[in-house]
Design a protein around this ligand. Structure first.
Ligand SMILES: [Zn+2]
Length: 472
């Protein structure tokens, strides 16, 4: 079975592209249809390589789609939070097992939360609310009871207790632990997310969740098998993460979360890096502060770097740090969408002298640091086109320009999302024969598409030559 896409806007000019057995068989201006071949009129639209979101959290994204928004812009103050929770609680049976799951909370809404403050809002059913940063959950008393989190129980580090040893309801970096505790019955369906991403032209994903292990792998494989997740998937996770068996899945880096307030000894990180390299994997360091970035670079320098090592976010990267990363040959995976989504908070909270180093674009490229991007959804908006626009415009939601010298052109912004799934930021060759047919056809030529960079331009998305989404 082959398909000829005719009259498309290809990098070399107008032409056709033939898909055969899941791969690009030929492309060029003079392709003639073979006898009996299926044909599609590209109508002059740009035919691009499929987009790769190099940093996303699929299960959290799917769960967020099922969750109550508890932060800006939907909920902005304590009264709105109380109202949203009361509305959700109305449909909950007292003493029932079902949870109210809130996401996107930020202190600007109603300050810091704990069980007492949540109990005052909802008492009769379990509630858990996730902070916008993703690392902190807060549970009410019914939630703590449902999860078996009680004073005197064997509680892990990160489960905050008060002076008398009573859990405060605040759980720090215990996402995976909490999920295990609540069981897979709590796992959200992935089909809607798979479809939504395919509609935006996304053909490959890298799941950057540190707690990924065998049970998450099984959920992803089941979703891929059922056709719910049409994308290729690279999966980061722990050192215990097994090698996936599904043909569209590969094992990615060891994900290491760094937290400025409790950095581990460097020797511990050096051992982890060497162990990951021994498994043929890279290491991906979560770094949002200057100190975290210095810690990651220092331990990579001591352990020795490999081509798969990467820094996630590198939110704050002063010139000396950028130079260091360039020397180490380490890749950065950035989130330009945060400039739009969080820019106004950064302008208030980040020191003025550090603001030029926030989510840099051109600065990394000039230094020769391979730069890829991911949306970090659900902690950011999962639309890669909105992220590309943000990389070009660098405007906060209120319209403030954020280090305008770091702006990328539309082609460089697109390249953040088209580099290979196993090598974000490394140059991707032009579309060529033999490559997997992971493609996006737009409804307009590139010179027009580059002006708007919008997901609405996507007409058809193919993964391995199969249609993953089509407007028709
Ligand atoms: Zn993330």
């Amino acid at each position: 079975m082959s398909l000829l896409i005719e009259n498309a806007d290809l990098p070399g000019g107008r032409g056709g592209l033939r898909i055969e057995n899941g791969r690009i068989a030929a492309l060029g201006p003079d392709l003639k249809p073979a006898a009996g071949e299926a044909r599609m009129d590209g109508a002059g639209g740009a035919l691009l390589p499929g987009l790769h979101d190099h940093h996303i959290h699929l299960l959290a994204l799917a769960a967020a789609r099922d969750s109550l928004a508890c932060g800006p812009p939907a909920v902005r103050d304590a009264a709105q939070l109380a109202q949203a929770l009361a509305a959700a609680a109305k449909s909950m049976r007292p003493g029932g097992e079902a949870w109210i799951r809130g996401v996107g909370y930020h202190e600007s809404v109603a300050g810091s939360l704990d069980r007492g403050r949540l109990d005052a809002l909802v008492e009769h059913c379990p509630v858990r609310i996730q902070h916008r940063g993703g690392a902190l959950w807060c549970l009410n008393s019914a939630g703590l009871a449902a999860a078996g989190i009680e004073a005197g129980a064997d509680l892990p580090e990160g489960c905050e207790v008060d002076a008398r040893g009573r859990p405060t309801g605040r759980l720090q970096r215990l996402d995976g632990w909490l999920r295990d505790r609540l069981g897979v019955r709590d796992a959200p369906p992935l089909g809607a997310v798979g479809r939504e991403l395919a509609r935006m032209g996304v053909t490959g994903l890298c799941d950057a969740t540190p707690s990924n292990g065998a049970s998450e792998l099984a959920l992803f494989a089941a979703a891929a098998e059922a056709g719910e997740l049409p994308q290729r998937l690279r999966i980061m996770g722990s050192l215990d993460l097994p090698e996936p068996r599904h043909p569209r899945m590969t094992r990615g880096a060891l994900k290491v979360m760094l937290d400025e307030d409790r950095l581990p000894p460097e020797s511990e990180l050096v051992d982890a890096i060497r162990e990951a390299h021994g498994q043929g994997r890279g290491v991906a360091f979560h770094c949002v502060t200057r100190a975290e970035l210095v810690m990651a670079a220092g331990s990579l320098e001591r352990a020795g770097t490999g081509p798969l090592d990467r820094i996630e976010h590198a939110s704050l990267a002063p010139p000396d740090a950028v130079e260091w990363l360039a020397r180490l040959g380490v890749t950065v995976v950035t989130q330009p969408n945060f400039l739009l989504e969080r820019g106004d908070a950064y302008r208030r909270e980040v020191e003025t002298r550090d603001q030029p180093w926030l989510y840099r674009g051109q600065g990394f490229l000039d230094a020769g640091v391979p730069l890829g991007a991911g949306t970090d959804a659900p902690f950011g908006n999962c639309d890669p086109w909105a992220a590309m626009r943000a990389a070009v415009e660098r405007r906060s939601a209120e319209g403030a320009l954020m280090a305008g010298g770091e702006a990328l052109g539309p082609e460089a912004a697109l390249a953040l999302f088209t580099s290979p799934l196993d090598a974000p930021g490394r140059p991707r060759g032009a579309l060529g024969p033999g490559e997997p047919a992971d493609l996006v056809l737009l409804d307009r030529p590139w010179p027009e598409a580059r002006q708007a960079l919008c997901a609405e331009a996507v007409r058809t998305t193919w993964v391995a030559g199969q249609i993953a989404w089509s407007r028709e």
